[in-house]
Design a protein around this ligand. Structure first.
Ligand SMILES: N[C@@H](CCC(=O)N[C@@H](CS)C(=O)NCC(=O)O)C(=O)O
Length: 216
């Protein structure tokens, strides 16, 4: 069975959990506590599996792959139905662009190790950290909201009637934004996509608070 190394609050692992649920692929979730003892992702045992010391990591028999987008594209190719990428190549490129706006340009700036460096090494205050956090979410979401405005009339998902990878990346990032109390009132399209996706069991079951390692 597929193994997924993750952590309940990891938004990158959350993306992969949603994709696995949508494709109805069973997996064994293995928790890597990102905070306890300086972070289990930094232990030699875990780094032997993933030298980048980040979750998620997917292990499928003797194949292992890190990076949530690469993992989801692997799942898309191995389990093509239901499709997470549209059929025509132009739409596929647009879906990937939204995913990368989140995965490459928003999320890395707000990742745990970046926040730890800002606080621990550069000694910024909690208030400055929260400003930093919300600044990058707001900047990224402003651009995404504008790019997705055309698709609103076509259906409830980011690209209209069909669920795509873009919805997965958006929902997990909205979870993080809410966790850090970022004001999302200017992003009605993103919020309505999130609300619709969160009515679906694949998204609910993957939600951080529904994971066995969640701290309530
Ligand atoms: N680009 C990577 C990001 C992975 C990542 O940043 N994971 C975070 C959790 S969401 C992590 O493991 N953080 C641990 C740390 O910062 O030490 C992906 O999409 O998989």
């Amino acid at each position: 069975m597929i193994k997924l190394f993750g952590y309940w609050r990891s938004t990158a692992a959350y993306r992969v959990r949603i994709a696995l649920n949508i494709k109805q692929v069973s997996y064994n979730g293995l928790s890597v506590h990102l905070v306890k003892d300086g972070g289990q992702q930094n232990t030699p045992d875990y780094m032997a599996l993933n030298p980048q010391a980040l979750v998620p990591l997917l292990v499928d028999n003797d194949f292992k792959i890190n990076q949530s987008m690469a993992i989801i594209e692997y799942l898309e190719e191995k389990y093509p139905r239901p499709q997470l990428l549209p059929t025509d190549f132009e739409s596929r490129a647009k879906v990937r662009a939204i995913c990368q706006m989140i995965a490459c340009d928003v999320h890395p700036l707000n990742n745990l190790r970046v926040l730890q460096y800002l606080k621990g090494t550069l000694k910024i205050s909690d208030e400055q950290k929260n400003d930093w956090y919300s600044h990058w979410i707001t900047k990224g979401f402003t651009a995404i909201e504008s790019l997705l405005s055309d698709y609103g009339e076509k259906g409830p998902f980011a690209f209209g009637r069909h669920l795509t990878m873009a919805d997965i990346f958006l929902v997990s990032q909205v979870y993080n934004a809410n966790r850090f109390e970022v004001d999302l009132s200017a992003f009605s399209r993103i919020c309505s996509i999130n609300e619709h996706c969160m009515s679906l069991s694949a998204f609910q079951d993957a939600a951080p608070e529904n994971q066995p390692d969640a701290v309530r």
